[in-house]
Each structure stands twice: as structure tokens, then as C-alpha cells.
Design a protein around this ligand. Structure first.
Ligand code: IMP
Ligand code: MG
Length: 181
């Protein structure tokens, strides 16, 4: 494979943090007086989760869940495996899933149903990025940081082959280096 070329900066750290602050305030208002369990998805959502939760002023518990959809290359297949589950009882609780990016929607569609089996009071989604042009299932997040075009996004937690998660901004790989699906 050729050397990967990183594209332009789509969102800077300041822009991402400002958006996390806006959504955090909105979430605080929407769940006023309620308890909220915030579940970050490993590993991609970690940076966004940190920015977001500092702006949520509620009675909260946080945890992480790791779900990966089988598939090679850069797209998911719909077959999802949970490798780290939630440590808390979710019965009658408000659950907010914090995700890095929604692409086909397969992963979160599965995860939402998986969590709903525990009969929580509610399950909602806060995603840093949404790529609606690629959606394969009917899934919408209640809270969306930014809508992005059909590019392979890297940085701010998002990886290509486990690399680039540490970039302090959101960028993309030049389409010529992204493997075919
Ligand atoms: P899904 O296609 O919505 O199931 O997306 C599954 C997961 O694939 C996301 O949570 C990301 O971790 C990863 N993913 C999807 N699109 C991108 C991308 O553009 N860059 C990096 N990871 C991605
Ligand atoms: Mg993810």
C-alpha cells in the first residue's frame, strides 16, 4: 500500500470543543432532574467523550462499551460483536451512547437493540460525526456534532488501521489511498 496522505483539517480542536460544549449544555437541559448513564464506544469516541462530559451537569455515571462490526477494509458488515460490556444495571435508566461516527449505521443499530434488551428508560445517541450519505439502516442520532461528506475520516479518536487516533483535529485520508470495499 502507498503512503497515506492526510487531507485538509476539517475541524480544529477548538471547533470540536466548542461544539461539545453546546451539545453538553443541551443534554444537561434535556435530562434536567434525571440520572444519565453515559456510554462511550471504544476506542474512537474517547476524545469526544472527554470534551462532552465536562459540559454535562447532571447526576451521571460513565462507562465504555466496545463493539466492533466484522468486516475487512473500511466498511462494516452488520455482524457486530460486543467485546466489553457495560458494568451497570441499565434497567429503567436513561442511557446516552457517545459515538465517534455513524457511517452505515449497522454498529449502533445493533448496539441500541442490544442495550434496549435491558429495559432502560431511554436510549439516545450523541455522535461526534455523522455521514448520512452512507447510511444502510434507518438510524438517527439525537445529538450530532458535525455532518461530514463521504470521506474516510481520521483524527480526534478516529483511526485508519489503528493509526491517527491521536491527531488533535479531524481530517480525512485522500480518497486515492483508501482501500476498495
Ligand atoms: P457503521 O458503518 O455506522 O457501523 O460504523 C462503524 C464504525 O466504523 C464507526 O463507529 C467507526 O468506528 C468506524 N468508521 C466508520 N466510518 C469511519 C471513518 O470515516 N473513519 C474512521 N472510522 C470509521
Ligand atoms: Mg466507533
Amino acid at each position: 500500500m502507498t503512503e497515506e496522505t492526510i487531507g485538509k483539517i476539517l475541524y480544529t480542536e477548538d471547533e470540536i470543543r466548542a461544539r461539545a460544549a453546546e451539545l453538553g449544555k443541551q443534554i444537561t437541559q434535556d435530562y434536567k432532574g434525571e440520572e444519565l448513564i453515559i456510554l462511550g464506544t471504544l476506542k474512537g469516541a474517547v476524545m469526544w467523550m472527554c470534551d462532552l462530559i465536562k459540559n454535562i451537569n447532571l447526576d451521571t455515571k460513565i462507562d465504555f462499551i466496545s463493539a466492533s462490526s466484522y468486516g475487512s477494509g473500511t466498511t462494516s458488515t452488520g455482524i457486530v460483536k460486543v467485546s466489553k460490556d457495560v458494568d451497570f444495571d441499565l434497567y429503567k435508566k436513561n442511557v446516552l451512547i457517545v459515538e465517534d461516527i455513524i457511517d452505515t449505521g449497522f454498529t449502533l443499530n445493533y448496539l441500541k437493540k442490544y442495550l434496549q434488551d435491558r429495559r432502560p428508560k431511554s436510549v439516545k445517541i450523541c455522535t461526534m460525526l455523522d455521514k448520512p450519505s452512507r447510511r444502510r439502516v434507518d438510524l438517527t442520532a439525537e445529538y450530532i456534532g458535525f455532518v461530514v461528506d463521504d470521506l474516510f475520516i481520521i483524527g480526534y479518536g478516529l483511526d485508519f488501521d489503528q493509526k491517527y487516533r491521536n491527531l488533535p483535529y479531524i481530517s480525512y485520508l485522500e480518497p486515492s489511498v483508501v482501500p476498495e470495499e
